[in-house]
Ligand binder design. Structure first.
Ligand code: ADP
Length: 273
């Protein structure tokens, strides 16, 4: 039995002799897909800015000259098409589903692009939702992609488990906000990634502060952050701290995220080197 075995073959990735049901097979990508790196963006809790960070990472990759894509795995709360201002529907042939493209060429697939009415709720049970996410990998012809960012649903449920087990995830970026409640659930997400041997690229704190438009003073709206403690506890890098900025919120609302000022985008050089 491998040393790191957790005795739960459903969530443990240790390749040990007592594994039941054989190893966990990665899902095969569509034959028209050539995705070089898959980076999942996770958060413990909803509303901390995970979709914003996913979008900023794709804009970052695209501005650096890479071919970027976003797989929106947040099936019950999909916000990626709106943030990129995509209104058309994807082309669907017998052979493949083709992703939509943003104005600057980022490829996007989201359940909202497939809904008759984007305001309709997706009322599916966990395994069906997880199946849809797997299909976004197996049935979508992504073409050549250097960096695919997966916008994960918050928490540690069926979809994160499926993504970690079925997709070739190269690493995760964990998004947090300064409230201590958030740092508690972030630790659950970090522990899940560690249990499943998924490399953690680092932490990004969103909504860290707001800059006074008159004097430039940085005001910590949610009080002092706990991210340094979490980073130290898990031996991780803090990749960036993003301020609250009404301009950022309106770019998301208007579907114009690709127009964001360069200094708001976390550099995350270690990912792109
Ligand atoms: P999550 O994916 O974690 O649920 P979102 O990225 O959808 O969170 O963000 C939730 C809301 O907060 C969105 O309306 C978004 O535009 C806004 N928001 C997130 N981060 C910021 C920020 N740094 N400044 C201003 N608004 C933000």
């Amino acid at each position: 039995m491998a040393e790191e075995c957790t005795h739960d073959c459903g969530s443990c990735s240790a390749d040990c002799s007592s594994r039941q049901g054989g190893g966990i097979e990665k899902a095969m990508p569509h034959y028209m897909s050539n995705v070089k790196k898959v980076i999942a963006v996770v958060s413990g809790k909803g509303g901390v800015g995970k979709s914003l960070v996913t979008s900023l990472m794709a804009v970052n990759a695209q501005r650096r000259g890479f071919k970027a894509a976003v797989l929106d795995a947040d099936i019950t709360g999909p916000s990626i098409p709106k943030i990129f201002g995509i209104n058309e529907r994807p082309i669907n042939t017998e052979d493949a589903l083709f992703p939509c493209e943003s104005r600057n060429g980022t490829k996007i697939m989201s359940i909202n692009l497939l809904m008759e009415n984007p305001e309709d709720p997706v009322v599916w049970r966990g395994p069906v939702i997880a199946g849809a996410v797997t299909q976004f990998w197996t049935d979508v012809a992504w073409g050549d992609v250097d960096y695919m960012f997966v916008d994960m649903p918050p928490g540690t449920g069926d979809v994160p488990l499926t993504v970690f087990q079925s997709l070739p995830v190269d690493g995760i970026i964990v998004v947090s906000s300064p409230q201590s409640l958030v740092s508690l659930v972030v630790k659950k997400a970090l522990n899940m990634a560690n249990m499943m041997n998924i490399p953690i690229i680092g932490l990004i704190e969103n909504m860290s502060y707001i800059k006074c438009p008159d004097c430039g003073k940085e005001i910590k709206l949610f009080g002092d952050s706990h991210i340094e403690d979490t980073a130290e506890e898990f031996g991780l890098d803090i990749l960036a701290k993003i301020p609250i900025d009404p301009k950022t919120a309106s770019l998301c609302d208007e579907g114009m995220i690709e127009d964001i000022a360069q200094d708001i985008i976390p550099a995350v050089d270690k990912l792109f080197n």
